[in-house]
Ligand binder design. Sequence first.
Ligand code: PLP
Length: 375
Amino acid sequence: MDLETRAIHVGQEPDPTTGAVIVPIYQTSTFRQPRVGEHLGYEYARTGNPTRTALQEVLASLEGAEQAVCFASGLAAEDAIFRLLSPGDHVVMANDVYGGTWRQISKVHQRFGIEVTAVDLADLDATAAAMRPETRYLWAETPSNPLLKILDLAGLAQIAHDNDAKLVADNTFATPYLQRPLELGADMVVHSTTKYLGGHSDVVGGAVCTDEGTAEELAFLQNAVGAVPGPFDAWLTLRGIKTLGVRMDRHCANAQVIAEALTEHPKVGLVAYPGLPDHPGHALAAQQMSGFGGMVSFRAAGGIDAAKTVAETTRLFFLAESLGGVESLIEHPGIMTHASVAGTELEVPDDLLRLSVGIESADDLLEDLLQALDR
Ligand code: PLP
């Protein structure tokens, strides 16, 4: 079955006893057991819950993974991946990952002996040179947040595997509808399902999609550490996933219109959107993705004050963190989402604005941005 069909049906058979077409929210913390030491598949909701199982099954199917393991947030999913490491292990990480990912490895896991090197993963030679015998993960995010850099996933998988390491790909921006890193050689795909997969800015969640053996280790952590999504969160994410394809088509179309219009505007400096022919990763994106996504970043020609004015005067683009919902958002990464990397090698330009282009009318969105740029 095609991805759009699987998004609606995999793991989501109608309930066998009632015929309910939609997977119920199994709002229960525990499950009655017929005999001591026997159960019907579920014992306790931290260990497993049928709504979460449905979500894990559909996510695994969409990414082409053997299994998926869901967590309470994208960062909880990343935490579980890092907990598979031991003191002395090393990670080579893209030098423009989501600020929270960098904060987690550098401020949390480093204290427990995990080492990290930030590298421009678009430079495959520099990446290969950064690998050490103790490197366990090569950590990529493509398109990256917020600079929308495109990384060569197949090339990175080769480098990781030549060095007995695993390629972890954060596929939050692209979603499996536009890009499937496991097909390109990645070993683990991590998601903030908070974003396009949930799609409606009403739930926080995360997932790792991977092979059975790794998933088993992650499921152990899911239960042993306990950062699990509740049944309602799993249900909201499941509902969002059903419309992933149609939403992504519209996000991509709107973002293309806006990116093209911004490049023409005198008050706009660089426009970063992989769908623009002069974006350095355009050809690679066209090859490894089936669309260019809904995120657009641009620099305000007038500097940080001009950037702040635009962010504070749009009406349809709400000034807010996060991304991937049906509504459009604008934010200032330097002060907002990426404040935690200020003063580090991951710092972003202070005149940069990031748009999460929603699925409203492209004309209305454009008019809103133009009036804010004219202030
Ligand atoms: N990865 C990317 C690319 C993100 O943008 C985010 C959040 O913004 C995360 C991971 C973290 O996910 P969460 O906020 O669900 O913990």
